[in-house]
Design a protein around this ligand. Structure first.
Ligand code: UGA
Length: 432
């Protein structure tokens, strides 16, 4: 069977790779000509472990082709998967313009009946609205299925091939079964339900995980007040099966292209539907506050930050990705610059910032960890890259200046090792 995947970002490319591996014939389509050219030259513009290998293998087996949207005159395949972006609008709502454009584009080119699978994250209720607005009564029968993704950046292939569950929402049983069959090779648990409930599962899952993070961050702040250790507390509560160990890592909060955007969109959706989702708003407030903590900790040890030299290790919103969207690290750097500090930065993947976030003369990119921390009074660890955890901290101490402060924004370092090297260690909610 031939399948078209529209939108070749993280989600689209992983879908292309996963379905091609399962033996389907895939056409990957994108509006970005540069992206298509580089994919056709064997290059992938995102960092996702293992993705290139799976795509290369599928290419070799002639299972995939990549095309610019303008090259497609007719759509003659039975399934089209939409994976375009749904960014935040200034008011927090999801911007659905790419999704609507894509549906109109599909309609104009359809020459047979087909099934549209929506993988883009759209607010609950959107599928039914889109169906009524564009698809109901159309000359070809078009089924609409909501099939949200739960892929984590950096582990997306693993999540594709070994999903906890697959959610398929639709109003036509035949189409639900057709989509369900795509995942036969995965032997996964499949939840079949209506479109709006499927859409809500995606938002509720992200909002719940984000809330779990903000909850543990509140407990971490309490640990700081009481002299308790958040890592031990998190282990102790996570061992209760009803709570679970995942997403209990305290620190400077969640970032990335999903949690912040989806939590805001769910909050917006609740408000316009007359529900005051107080818990979700608290999640957002706590998350914004966590990003301020490293700067507050620096101030409490260094006093005024004017002309203080501070290294920030880590730019990406988490390890294993090159993605810096809504990364807490960026806010920390911004705050440090506002306070007049001199900031040096190092990230194992992001060697520079191609975006105009900061003036070039305000920051310095180090060549490696040692070069970055040289001459600084304090280091903030903003992303828990292995490279930072495994570094030789005694060597770091030699090139730094007093008071040799390490602010561990991800609680990823061993306080004993850091203290034994002669540093002051300050984590988020960790006993000294
Ligand atoms: C998240 C979800 O985990 C995926 O299931 C979902 O498909 C995806 O969003 C999406 O909506 O597309 P992702 O954004 O890649 O995936 O990253 P996560 O690994 O979930 O981490 C999100 C943020 O939470 C990171 O900034 C991470 O550092 C932070 N985090 C995570 C914590 O602060 N503490 C934790 O215990 C776990």
């Amino acid at each position: 069977m031939r399948i078209m995947v529209i939108g070749l970002g993280y989600v689209g490319l992983v879908a292309v790779a996963g379905l091609a591996k399962a033996g389907y014939q895939i056409t990957g389509v994108d509006i970005n000509i540069k992206k298509i050219n580089s994919l056709n030259n064997g290059k992938i513009d995102i960092y996702e472990p293992g993705l290139k290998e799976v795509i290369d293998e599928a290419r070799l087996n002639q299972r995939i082709s990549f095309k610019n949207i303008a090259e497609i005159k007719n759509i003659d395949c039975g399934i089209v998967i939409i994976c375009v972006g749904t960014p935040s609008r200034p008011d927090g709502a999801a911007d659905l313009s790419q999704v609507e454009y894509t549906i109109e584009w599909i309609k104009e080119r359809t020459i047979n009946s087909l099934t549209i699978i929506m993988k883009s994250t759209v607010p609950p209720g959107t599928g039914e609205l889109l169906y009524k607005k564009y698809l109901a009564g159309f000359s070809y029968k078009i089924n609409y299925i909501s099939n949200p993704e739960f892929l984590r950046e950096g582990q997306a292939l693993k999540d594709w091939f070994y999903p906890d569950r697959i959610v398929i929402g639709g109003n036509n049983n035949k189409a639900i079964e057709e989509v369900s069959a795509l995942y036969d090779s995965l032997n996964a648990r499949i939840v079949k339900l209506d479109i709006t409930s499927a859409e809500l599962i995606k938002y509720a899952a992200n909002a719940f995980l984000a809330t779990k993070i903000s909850f543990i961050n509140e407990i971490a702040c309490l640990c700081d007040c009481l002299g308790a250790d958040i890592n031990s507390v998190a282990t102790g509560i996570g061992l209760d099966n009803r709570i679970g160990e995942g997403f209990l890592k305290a620190g400077i909060g969640y970032g990335g292209s999903c949690f912040p955007k989806d939590v805001r969109a769910l909050n917006f959706l609740s408000t316009i539907n007359g529900h005051n989702f107080e818990l979700l708003r608290a999640t957002i407030i706590v998350n914004s506050r966590q990003r301020l903590l490293p700067v507050q900790k620096l101030r409490s040890y260094l006093g005024n930050l004017v002309n203080k030299n501070i290294a920030v290790l880590g730019l990406t919103f988490k390890p294993g990705t090159d993605d810096i969207r809504e990364s807490p690290s960026l806010d920390i750097i911004r705050l440090l610059l506002d306070e007049g500090a001199n900031v040096s930065i190092y990230d194992p993947i992001r060697k520079n910032l191609n975006i105009n976030l900061f003036r070039k003369d305000q920051i310095r990119f180090g060549k490696n960890i040692l070069d970055t921390v040289k001459g600084t009074e304090a280091v903030v660890v903003a992303t828990e890259w292995d490279q930072f955890i495994d570094t030789n901290w005694s060597e770091i101490k030699i090139v730094m200046n007093e008071p040799f402060l390490i602010v561990d924004g991800r609680n990823c370092l061993d306080p004993c090792i850091i203290n034994n090297c002669g540093f002051i260690y300050s984590g988020i909610g960790r006993a000294k």
